[in-house]
Structure formats: structure tokens, C-alpha cells
Design a protein around this ligand. Structure first.
Ligand SMILES: [Zn+2]
Length: 215
């Protein structure tokens, strides 16, 4: 009877250890597939804030807007245009910025979006659009952001309507990580940078590419 009991306990122990190992393996695999790797992004996209600031000097929006109400005037005189979803890209909710940019910046995004979409087609992959997570900030929203984000302490180039952010850790309407889409987006960005159409800084902690379109 004692032997049967010991055998029973050993079996229960074995099943428990086996099940736990399997569960951990599955969790690990889940974590691995959920994370994406932005290969060499720190090296390839390392243009610092002062370079972005210089690039904003030619913006049609010459000085920062204080509050949201001030945006209207610049929409009227066409210094700013509303950013809407386009080919190859979608717009995120923007709690600390507004979806308005200069006409040249929107043309730049359209060109990047088309290049990205074409690259997806050439790779025979269904295109999951990249996500624009931030665009124009007013002094008011920039100050609010400074309170929660230490990276926002420096002068924000988002105040001039030619800087925006693209998420690298998620794509499409499902907001999912996608290594294949990221691997397609990286050379498209590099190509635009090589053509001297923009400045790009990879932001690991903000999970975005901080991009200033040259005007
Ligand atoms: Zn940014």
C-alpha cells in the first residue's frame, strides 16, 4: 500500500513538473513572437535633436502655436494641412499632439507610404500600414508631455509642423508587432534619408521613429 502511495505521489509530481515546463515554454515563445527587433536602427537613424531643429527653420510654420485654438489661423492660410489616413499609413489617437502638418511634410508621408506599399507588394506580403503616432504639438501639449516624459525635456521639433513619429513596434489597425513589416519599413526610411528628404532619430523608449521632413 505504501509503495502504491509513493508511486502515486511521484506520478503527480512528474505531471506537475512537466506541465509547468510546457507552460513556461509556451509563455516564452509567446513573448518571443510578440517582440520585434529594429535591426541596427540606433546606428542607422541617429540624427540628434539639434539637427532636427535646424531642419525646422524652413517650415511654413515659423513659430510655435500656444494653444489648440491658434491652429485655425494656420489652417486658413494653408501653413498647416490636416493629416488623414493615406496609402500605406494610418493615424493613431494623439493625446499630446494634433493631426496637422505642413503641405510638404504630408507630401513626404504620402511618398513614404507609397514606397512602403510597393515594397510590401514586391515582397508578396499583405501590407499592414505603418502608424503615425504623433504630429503637431502646441506649447500647451508640449508642456503637458514634459511632465510625464523625460525625453520631451529638450526643445520639441513637433512645434513646427514638419516633425512626426512612426511606431516601429506595431503595425496596422490591429496595432500588432510585425517583424516583416518593420523589415520592409526600415529600408524605405533609409532610402528617404539617403535622398536627403528627412532627418530620422530612432527612439527605443518611445517605440517610434522621430522624423523631420526637409522643407
Ligand atoms: Zn517625435
Amino acid at each position: 500500500m505504501k509503495k502504491v502511495f509513493i508511486l502515486l505521489m511521484l506520478s503527480v509530481g512528474f505531471i506537475f513538473v512537466f506541465a509547468k515546463k510546457n507552460y513556461l515554454n509556451r509563455s516564452f515563445k509567446f513573448t518571443m513572437t510578440k517582440s520585434v527587433n529594429c535591426k541596427n536602427c540606433e546606428i542607422n537613424f541617429n540624427e540628434r535633436n539639434s539637427i532636427h531643429i535646424l531642419a525646422t527653420k524652413k517650415s511654413s510654420l515659423h513659430s510655435p502655436i500656444k494653444k489648440e485654438i491658434g491652429i485655425r489661423k494656420f489652417l486658413k492660410n494653408k501653413s498647416l494641412i490636416q493629416l488623414k489616413e493615406g496609402q500605406g499609413y494610418i493615424i493613431d489617437k494623439m493625446p499630446y499632439s494634433y493631426p496637422y502638418l505642413t503641405a510638404k511634410t504630408i507630401s513626404f508621408i504620402d511618398e513614404l507610404g507609397m514606397e512602403f506599399k510597393t515594397a510590401c507588394e514586391l515582397s508578396h506580403l499583405p501590407c499592414r500600414p505603418f502608424i503615425i503616432t504623433s504630429a503637431l504639438r502646441t506649447k500647451e501639449t508640449a508642456n503637458k508631455l514634459k511632465q510625464i516624459n523625460s525625453n520631451a525635456k529638450t526643445e520639441s521639433t513637433h512645434l513646427y509642423g514638419c516633425t512626426f513619429d512612426i511606431a516601429w513596434s506595431r503595425f496596422g489597425h490591429g496595432n500588432n508587432p510585425d517583424q516583416e513589416m518593420l523589415d520592409i519599413l526600415i529600408p524605405c526610411l533609409k532610402n528617404m534619408q539617403n535622398k536627403r528628404k528627412c532627418r530620422i532619430k530612432f527612439e527605443r523608449n518611445q517605440a517610434c521613429f522621430h522624423i523631420t521632413a526637409l522643407q
